[in-house]
Design a protein. Structure first.
Length: 112
């Protein structure tokens, strides 16, 4: 396997791992418990994993557009935008929106 092939494979694996990690930490959470201002550890994990998903999606889009062309079910642009928001607007994160994202938008990524 070439270095390029290994890198292409590692990015979807990073995305899939991050999805599973989010699912694991949210198993026992409700929207109310997750969005509680005192739940920083779980929020930090979820924000970090969403950042990894967005960064991996960004790299895939830039360096391996043929992969994205074959996997149009993966919403790469949305992941990149969410990553940018989390990184640059960290003080203004709407945790209800993040909760909703984790509940309805991770499935295409998890199937990477």
């Amino acid at each position: 396997m070439s270095d390029i092939e290994a890198r292409i494979l590692s990015l979807p694996q990073d995305i899939s791992f991050s999805c599973r990690r989010i699912e694991d930490v949210l198993k026992l959470e409700t929207e109310q418990s997750f969005t509680d201002a005192n739940n920083l550890n779980i929020q930090d994990i979820v924000a970090r994993r969403l950042t990894v998903i967005g960064e991996a999606a960004s790299i895939l889009a830039k360096k391996f557009p043929e992969f994205c062309e074959k996997h149009k079910d993966i919403p790469v642009n949305e992941a990149k935008r969410l990553r940018n928001f989390i990184v640059h607007e960290y003080a203004g994160i709407d945790w209800v929106s993040i909760w909703n994202t984790t509940q309805i938008s991770l499935d295409p990524y998890a199937r990477c």
